[in-house]
Design a protein around this ligand. Structure first.
Ligand code: NAD
Length: 309
C-alpha cells in the first residue's frame, strides 16, 4: 500500500542530478510485480498473493473488514543524508496556519462532508473550515465525528486567536449510513435544520475490500456498491434538490479513486474498481445535468493515501 509513496520521493531524487543518487537496492526492496498466476497452487504460496487473495469467510460485519495489506512488505527508507530534500512548507501536520485566498473563500457557506470523521474526509474538512466554511460532518461513526468536530473548532481557535464567538465556525456532527436512502434524507434534513442551508458537498464515505472476483460474496458486493456508489448518488441528489429549491449555486466534490481508471496490483478488488469508475462517471454526468442550475460537480481520484483504510 505504501510503496508508491515511498518511490515518488526517491524517483524525484534520482531525477535531480545535483542530489545524491540512491542505492539501487532501495528500489528493488520496494518495487514488486505480482507473478502471473499460471500455477494457481504455487501462486497461492506467494506471501503477497496469500495476503491479498485468500480472504476468510469473515464473522464480523464491518466496512473494510476484508481489506488487507501484506505485512511482509517492508518499506526501507534511505539514510538521512540520502533523503531527498524538499522546500520547507507552511503549516504542520496538515493543519493550516493561513486562511485561504479571498478568491477561494468559503465564508458564509455550509459544507457537508460524508465520511468526514476520519481519513481523507477529515483532512478535507480541516481545509474547508480553514477556508471559512461552516461544516457538517456526516459519518457512520458519530462519536468520532463529534470528537473531530470539537477538535476542528479548537484548532481554528488556536490559529485565529482573538475571534469573537460569533466569528467561530459552526461545526456539527451527524450520523448517517450513506447507503440507506432514509438515513441519508434524515441526515440532510438534520443538517439543514441546524445550519439553515447546505452549499457544498464532499462525498468521502467509502471503503474497499479484497476478494478475488470469483469468490466475492454477493452480499459484500452489494454493500460495497451501496456505500461507494449509492451513498454518493443519494447525497448528491439530496443536496442538489435542496440547492435547486433555494435557487442558489453550489458545488460538489466526489471522492473517486485512481482505481476507477486503472487496475491496482496486487489487490483483487474488481467491484471496488468498478464502483470508483461509476463515481467518476457519475460526477461527469451530474455535472452536465446540473450545469444549468449552477451546480458544479467534480471528482477527485486519489492515489494511495496513508489512512485507516
Ligand atoms: N486511502 C486511500 O489510499 C484512498 C485512495 C483512493 C480513494 N480513496 C477513497 O477516499 C475515500 C475516503 O477514504 P479514507 O482512506 O479516508 O478511508 P477511512 O476509512 O479513513 O475513512 C472513511 C470514513 O467513511 C466512513 N464510512 C464508511 N462507511 C460509511 C457509511 N456506510 N456511511 C457513512 N460513513 C461511512 C468511515 O466511518 C470513515 O470515517 C473513500 O471513498 C476511498 O475509497 C482512498
Amino acid at each position: 500500500m505504501f510503496r508508491p509513496a515511498a518511490i515518488r520521493p526517491a524517483t524525484k531524487a534520482l531525477c535531480q542530478s545535483t542530489r545524491p543518487t540512491l542505492p539501487i537496492a532501495f528500489f528493488r526492496s520496494v518495487s514488486s510485480t505480482a507473478p502471473l498466476r499460471k500455477d494457481f497452487n504455487k501462486s497461492k504460496k506467494d506471501p503477497l498473493l496469500a495476503a491479498t487473495t485468500t480472504a476468510p469467510g469473515g464473522a464480523l460485519e464491518a466496512e473494510g473488514q476484508y481489506a488487507r495489506t501484506d505485512e511482509n512488505v517492508k518499506i526501507e527508507y534511505p539514510d538521512d543524508e540520502h533523503m531527498p530534500r524538499s522546500p520547507v512548507v507552511q503549516g504542520r501536520g496538515g493543519m493550516h496556519f493561513k486562511r485561504t485566498l479571498a478568491h477561494f473563500s468559503l465564508e458564509n457557506k455550509v459544507t457537508l462532508v460524508t465520511g468526514g470523521a476520519r481519513g481523507l474526509g477529515l483532512v478535507m474538512a480541516q481545509a474547508i473550515v480553514a477556508s471559512g466554511s461552516d461544516l457538517a460532518i456526516v459519518d457512520l461513526n458519530k462519536q468520532e465525528a463529534e470528537e473531530q468536530a470539537k477538535k476542528l473548532v479548537e484548532q481554528f481557535q488556536k490559529e485565529n486567536p482573538g475571534l469573537e464567538a460569533d466569528q467561530m465556525p459552526h461545526v456539527t456532527a451527524h450520523y448517517s449510513d450513506v447507503s440507506d436512502p432514509e438515513s441519508v434524507s434524515g441526515a440532510i434534513a438534520e443538517v439543514i435544520a441546524q445550519h439553515g442551508q447546505i452549499d457544498h458537498l464532499v462525498t468521502s464515505a467509502g471503503f474497499t475490500e479484497n476478494f478475488d472476483a470469483i469468490s466475492y460474496p454477493h452480499d459484500r458486493i452489494q454493500k460495497l456498491w451501496g456505500v461507494n456508489v449509492d451513498g454518493t448518488y443519494l447525497f448528491a441528489t439530496g443536496v442538489a434538490k435542496h440547492l435547486m429549491e433555494r435557487k442558489v449555486a453550489g458545488s460538489m466534490v466526489m471522492i473517486g479513486s485512481m482505481s476507477g481508471a486503472i487496475v491496482n496490483v496486487p489487490q483483487p478488488q474488481a467491484p471496488y474498481n468498478a464502483a470508483k469508475a461509476a463515481v467518476r462517471h457519475l460526477a461527469a454526468s451530474l455535472a452536465v445535468e446540473w450545469a444549468g442550475h449552477d451546480i458544479r460537480v467534480n471528482c477527485i481520484s486519489p492515489g494511495y493515501m496513508l489512512t485507516a483504510l
